[in-house]
Design a protein around this ligand. Structure first.
Ligand SMILES: Cc1cc2nc3c(=O)[nH]c(=O)nc-3n(C[C@H](O)[C@H](O)[C@H](O)COP(=O)(O)OP(=O)(O)OC[C@H]3O[C@@H](n4cnc5c(N)ncnc54)[C@H](O)[C@@H]3O)c2cc1C
Length: 159
């Protein structure tokens, strides 16, 4: 793989790397990520292009960091499978539903915050979970483990 900095720059001047070949440091997950999925190959170039033309928050002097919530979807044995996040550093795994059933999800938490979600036939869990991960939201583990409770209603700080 090609090692980049947070702005997707390689060690060679004016050379950027994106997609399957590029390993980047993720501040969100506190580790280097090498993501082999289509969404990453689409999103990375936005940041690289912005940095090349100097479109960072502070003009050319401020480079944008690439720090996505990784995402992929696939179809496996007629099941719609989606995953968002990175669960390498997770300390808690919660099932939402029974994996013997056609539709179920898994949530991974780290220090109470949602860091990754795997949804099989439950696209709402993925859509809501992705936003919760981006927000660094903490979940109530009891409510989050109840598939009848929408994930967005399982926030630990929900009213
Ligand atoms: C079988 C399979 C199934 C997959 N399923 C999914 C899925 O369900 N969901 C998902 O999100 N992702 C999936 N992926 C991953 C996804 O396809 C990749 O993450 C994505 O295509 C990466 O895009 P990329 O542009 O980084 O690399 P690539 O798409 O590999 O593009 C690299 C290009 O560079 C060219 N190239 C290589 N070397 C040179 C060279 N020296 N000179 C010029 N050109 C060169 C190659 O020919 C290629 O066209 C799958 C991948 C495979 C192989």
């Amino acid at each position: 793989s090609v090692t980049t900095d947070a702005a997707l720059r390689t060690s060679l001047p004016d050379v950027y790397a994106v997609g399957d070949c590029a390993s980047f440091p993720s501040a969100r997950y506190g580790t280097r990520l090498l993501v082999h999925h289509w969404d990453n190959a689409v999103q990375g170039p936005r940041t690289a292009a912005a940095n090349i033309i100097g479109a960072g928050a502070d003009g050319a002097s401020q480079l944008l960091a690439y720090d996505p919530v990784p995402y992929f979807w696939s179809e496996q044995f007629d099941r719609f499978v989606q995953y968002a996040g990175h669960h390498g550093g997770a300390d808690t795994l919660l099932w939402r539903g029974d994996p013997a059933d056609p539709a179920w999800s898994v949530c991974w938490l780290r220090d109470g915050a949602l860091v990754a979600v795997l949804a099989v036939g439950r696209p709402r869990d993925l859509a809501q979970g992705r936003k919760l991960i981006e927000a660094g939201a903490r979940l109530d583990p009891v409510r989050a483990a109840d598939p009848a409770v929408p994930l967005k209603s399982a926030r630990a700080d929900a009213p």
